[in-house]
Write a protein that binds this ligand. Structure first.
Ligand SMILES: *Cc1c(COP(=O)(O)O)cnc(C)c1O
Length: 398
């Protein structure tokens, strides 16, 4: 009898006790709105911003309602206007082109390589098309950031980093989100810290930060921030910037502060699981492991592999057979978008030229969550199942 995995791919760990205690304290005093503070009190949200900014070495941080909101705010703060074009990844998740469309701008999609990072040759070719790149470190894969910044700086293109999957990750020792003008993060349940919903925007640019604070809905209470620029930066900006309410509240901030403090340790635990999975599937015939460069400090909260140039029926067969044994794989090559997977050609509001090289890779990307509720032995079992089922389908097809 072949083994069946019983774990849940969508079950996260509970909120740390310190977060539960802090959340209860907020519920008990009732001051949930970030600017609702007792005399002399520093709000949980302001403290969280200060702590997150310090953790990535950023001058400024604004906590907001979601990662998608952070990206939209970043684009607006950089002056992206309706009708503008914004470069972005063809391989990413729906909130990324959605953030571009939300400001009335138009995505120009850049291809993906076999390393699952943005295709820098394609980027160099298209760089003249826009003033801003919304770079998604999709599934935590970080491209050669020094080369990317060279291309963008050379063309005067500003970079916004979507770090939804790279909170805690780094390239050459520099935290993800600190290369571009703005870094955006998500605190949604399936990311690296869990408040249900939430996001951060970080920057070293005082004007961008001031605009983001105003947009997030600070009214004229920006002096209550601990990671915002000084009041003089707001002097004109406060009259010119619309309020597009998207604040974080003190309840979420209370839940998040202990998680931000603990992020490093959690990343180590994710990477231990990732390594067991990676070791377990490496060498499976027909399956390509995504090799991670030495410059990259990863956070292995999900793992991808390629079934490159397989027929769609064969990949579907792998997905079905693994599902029967309790292993939930997601496939970016399916003809219809399902669950969280969709592709540049699913976003019909944003037309794109066909990208055959990218299509070939998307058709082969298989993706799996790695929740921290899995033990290392769970990871070994999941890898054995993937290996056995992929191997069997490959053999039959050969
Ligand atoms: C989750 C996610 C976001 C934004 O997340 P929100 O759900 O808006 O917080 C952005 N980019 C990617 C790649 C994501 O997976």
């Amino acid at each position: 009898m072949s083994e069946v995995f019983k774990g849940s791919f969508t079950q996260q760990e509970p909120i740390p006790e310190a977060g539960i205690e802090a959340a209860l304290a907020v519920l008990r005093h009732g001051r949930l709105h970030r600017y609702n503070t007792a005399p002399g009190e520093l709000s949980e949200t302001a403290l969280l911003e200060q702590e997150f900014a310090a953790s990535v070495g950023a001058r400024y941080c604004v906590a907001v309602a979601s990662g998608g909101y952070a990206m939209g705010t970043a684009l607006r703060a950089l002056g992206v206007k309706p009708g503008d074009k914004v470069l972005s990844n063809a391989f990413t998740l729906a909130p990324v082109p959605g953030a571009i469309a939300a400001v009335g701008a138009e995505p120009v999609f850049v291809g993906v390589t076999e390393d699952l990072t943005i295709d820098l040759e394609d980027l160099a070719e298209k760089i003249g098309a826009a003033r801003v790149l919304l770079l998604s470190h999709m599934r935590g894969h970080i491209c050669d950031m020094n080369r990317l910044m060279e291309i963008c700086d050379g063309a005067g293109v500003q970079v916004v980093e979507d770090c939804a999957h790279t909170m805690g990750a780094a390239w050459n020792g520099v935290p993800s989100g600190r290369f571009g003008a703005v870094g955006c993060y998500s605190c949604q349940t399936y990311k690296h810290v869990n408040a249900g919903e939430g996001g951060f925007l970080v920057t070293d640019d005082a004007e961008i930060a001031a605009r983001a604070v105003m947009m997030s809905g600070s009214y004229m209470l920006y002096e209550r921030h601990l990671a915002a620029p000084p009041p003089e930066v707001f002097e004109t900006i406060r009259y010119e910037t619309p309020n597009i309410s998207g604040r974080m509240d003190n309840l979420r901030a209370a839940i998040l502060r202990p998680q931000v403090a603990d992020l490093e340790a959690q990343c180590t635990r994710w990477n231990a699981r990732y390594k067991r999975l990676e070791d377990g599937i490496r060498g499976t015939p027909g399956l390509t492991v995504i090799e991670r460069p030495d410059e990259e400090r990863i956070v292995g909260s999900s793992i991808q592999f390629l079934l490159l140039d397989w027929s769609t029926d064969a990949v579907q067969e792998v997905v079905t057979r693994c599902a029967r044994r309790g292993v939930e794989l997601k496939w970016f090559g399916a003809s219809e978008p399902l669950g969280f997977t969709s592709r540049y050609d699913s976003w019909r509001y944003a037309r794109s030229e066909p990208m055959p090289k990218t299509d070939r890779i998307l058709a082969g990307i298989v993706d799996m969550r790695v929740p921290l509720t899995f033990s290392l032995e769970d990871c070994d079992m999941v890898a054995r199942i993937v290996r056995a089922e992929t191997g069997a389908v490959y053999q039959n097809a050969a």
